[in-house]
Design a protein around this ligand. Sequence first.
Ligand code: 4AD
Ligand code: MG
Length: 432
Amino acid sequence: MSNPIASVNQLIHHLGKSVSLRGWVYSKRSSGKIRFLMLRDGTGIVQIVWMKGQIPDTTFELFDKLTQESSVIIEGKVREDKRAKGGVEVDGEKLEILHIAEEYPIGPKEHGPDFLLSNRHLWLRSIRPHATLKIRDRFVKAIRDFFDTNGFTLIDTPIFTPSACEGTTTLFETEYFGDKAYLSQSGQLYAEAGAMAFGKVYCFGPTFRAEKSKTRRHLTEFWMVEPEVAFNDLDANMVLAEQFLEYTVQKVLAECKAELEVLQRDTSKLQNVRAPFPRISYNEAVEILKSKNIPFEWGNDFGAPEETALAESFDKPIFVHRFPAKIKAFYMKADPANPELALGMDCLAPEGYGEIIGGGQREDDYQTLRSKVKEQGLSEENFSWYLDLRKYGSVPHAGFGLGIERTVAWLCGIEHLREAAAFPRMMYRLRP
Ligand code: 4AD
Ligand code: MG
């Protein structure tokens, strides 16, 4: 075909011109002497109109053969149409069929979530997953831009690790040339080494946890972005986290209007994501729960119901800080004002989405950290390199981890975070 190749989302720039379009049949219908074809090309969907008499009869015959998701190359002239979504329609001139699709399993009717997840490789083509994953893509771009423009260096941390970062109960074990290795639960410990070398770093990659619970908030494989900053304390860490969330969420709001509309997302709560966020201590949080008659014992960790109850008192994300040290990881620094508390912080999203960020200030004293490693029954040999960081110019430092799927689920307003991953991994799902 001879016309310039155009993508559907660029057609508005080709008004009055003939172009070549490549894609898949989303749907089609006929009405008397007119045929309508909705063409999907990954960037959008456009209606192609075919008029009997204006194109050869053979093209009409080809049209009748088309099935949903058949792949085609189409030539046609772009015409303005204010009623259409992208503001254009195309008058079909030529049609070339690349492949006639077999009967497509996903149609306009309601399908159950299990069926759709089993057909995730095809379901990606539908409008809602397409919008969700596009938002994820823009969110990730905004994350990288934020760190890039704020002086951070990307440090890729390993996936094969010799030991746990976030507790031994959710480790995925794998054989490693006669030794044992574990899939990384977090890149944090390595990012701390990076922060001592580069000052401000972040790692960004897949992390793994053998979550045996079937909840709507847990995957076994999820992506986490983890900044780590030398000389930051807990307060500076919260300032970084709120600036980071404000920047990335506002970017998504500005760049993904169409996608958020497809998902019928009420964006008013997202508009509110502006620093500063309210900060409440764990102790204050316990009081709030009490005042709401929610049974809760000091010393326990918050579950989904407690997080929802805490967040609903505010109209934007909140920080909860200074948790009981007992429920937090070994690397957290104890609060000098009360050693029973750890200088940790969580950021809770509104609307019942719960914890999206976990982090805090790290223990920077060699002896204290060494005894914590021992207390937790962790191997000193495996952590000797990590302890080294406290031997050679130890400084206060802090960081956090943001779960991508949890945050994307909140941004999109979707019920279960499995839809925020292209190919989600859960206890009962390894395929496709
Ligand atoms: O609170 P977490 O366990 O913190 C850490 O891993 C720290 N090492 C991070 C750091 O300080 N550098 O996990 C951080 C975030 C959570 O707030 C949540 O958003 C997400 O990771 N997350 C999960 N997302 C999906 N499925 C799971 N099973 C998750 N577990 C944690
Ligand atoms: Mg956490």
